[in-house]
Design a protein around this ligand. Structure first.
Ligand code: ZN
Length: 329
């Protein structure tokens, strides 16, 4: 199995136990470009896996059809008793609805994800936002059952998940955890994808850092990796764009830590992987915000690797409301 932790899991926990639901379940991860599926045994072992492209331009019904096809691919004999899905967009796990979404998947906002997928697969379905689902195993890995977790995913956007006293927060419309849309001094005046101005995502996401570099230099940068390579060669504008984004993220996370009291802070996603320049600036800004009882808390990388979303999706079937086939008829 490939679902090894990227870090050191505490004794007795880890990817295997995190997906040990006591039943055979399917985990699905829906992103803007790719659908990943895995069939998990009752002890959490991966029995089968499959990926396929997301038909992102073909409408919500086509995406639901592709999700059901991916589920059938990993479970041709119909062994699964439930299905969990981690999906892009703002997802309300109670209603099973996609309450908001960007245009990375056409027509995704307003989709009845839970019942739509239950009807297509004949299985009870638990659904949540992909970042929150990915954070679930990180929460389960905390010592004790009442741990608190601050989880950020910094990539093409800035997403997150918040768990307090052992309970993942969903909030009104399922929006809890969208920390990319907190105000950030470093982003002052810049328009955000959500329609407001000055939000963290504008300055701290991968595209935000790249756009900042382009504003500073007037030169096209292309991808974040190109900015990181220029920073590694000592180019000041590149260093500034990266450290500004990291500092903005660190400050917001430090403030959230004071508000929520996490036992652990996890920063995942593609942007931190560009290297120590980013991580060091984020950690310095984070620690400078902390109140005395939290001193010593430092952001850490995720315990779980590339399987985290399907793993978290499978685990949703044991902790969230299930949407059943036929509920729409
Ligand atoms: Zn925003």
């Amino acid at each position: 199995m490939n679902s090894r932790p990227t870090g050191t899991a505490p004794t007795g926990t880890g990817p295997k136990s995190a997906a040990a639901t006591g039943a055979v379940v399917i985990g699905l991860d829906l992103g803007g470009t790719k659908i990943a599926a895995a069939l998990f045994a009752d002890d959490g072992r991966v029995l089968a896996r499959h990926t396929r492209p997301t038909p992102a331009r073909d409408g919500a019904a086509a995406v639901l059809d592709a999700l059901a096809a991916a589920a059938a691919e990993v479970d041709p004999d119909g062994r699964a008793t439930a299905l969990g899905i981690a999906a892009a967009g703002v997802v309300d796990p109670r209603s099973g609805m996609v309450t908001s979404a960007t245009d990375s998947i056409s027509g995704w906002a307003g989709t009845a994800l839970g019942t739509g997928l239950a009807d297509r697969t004949g299985l009870p379905v638990a659904c949540d936002n992909d970042v929150r689902a990915t954070a679930g195993p990180e929460l389960a890995a905390l010592a004790g059952r009442h741990g608190s977790l601050l989880f950020a995913a910094v990539g093409t956007g800035v997403g997150g998940a918040l768990a307090v006293d052992g309970r993942m927060l969903h909030g009104a419309s399922g929006i809890a955890g969208h920390m990319g849309h907190l105000p950030s001094a470093e982003a002052a005046g810049l328009p955000c994808t959500c329609g407001a101005t000055g939000h963290l995502e504008v300055i701290a996401s991968g595209p935000g850092i790249t756009a900042h570099y382009e504003r500073l230099t007037g030169a096209p940068a292309g991808r974040l990796e190109a900015v990181a390579a220029r920073a590694a060669r000592g180019e000041r504008a590149a260093v500034h764009a990266i450290t500004t984004g990291a500092t903005a993220a660190g400050r917001v996370l430090g403030g959230l830590a004071n508000a929520l009291g996490p036992d652990r802070v996890v920063v995942g996603g593609g942007v931190p992987r560009i290297g120590a320049l980013y991580g060091d600036a984020l950690t310095a800004a984070f620690t400078s915000e902390l109140m005395p009882p939290l001193r010593g808390l430092v952001p850490e990388p995720p315990l779980f690797g590339h399987d985290a979303a399907v793993l978290g999706a499978a685990a949703l079937t044991t902790i969230l409301p299930l949407h059943h086939p036929g509920a729409l008829r």
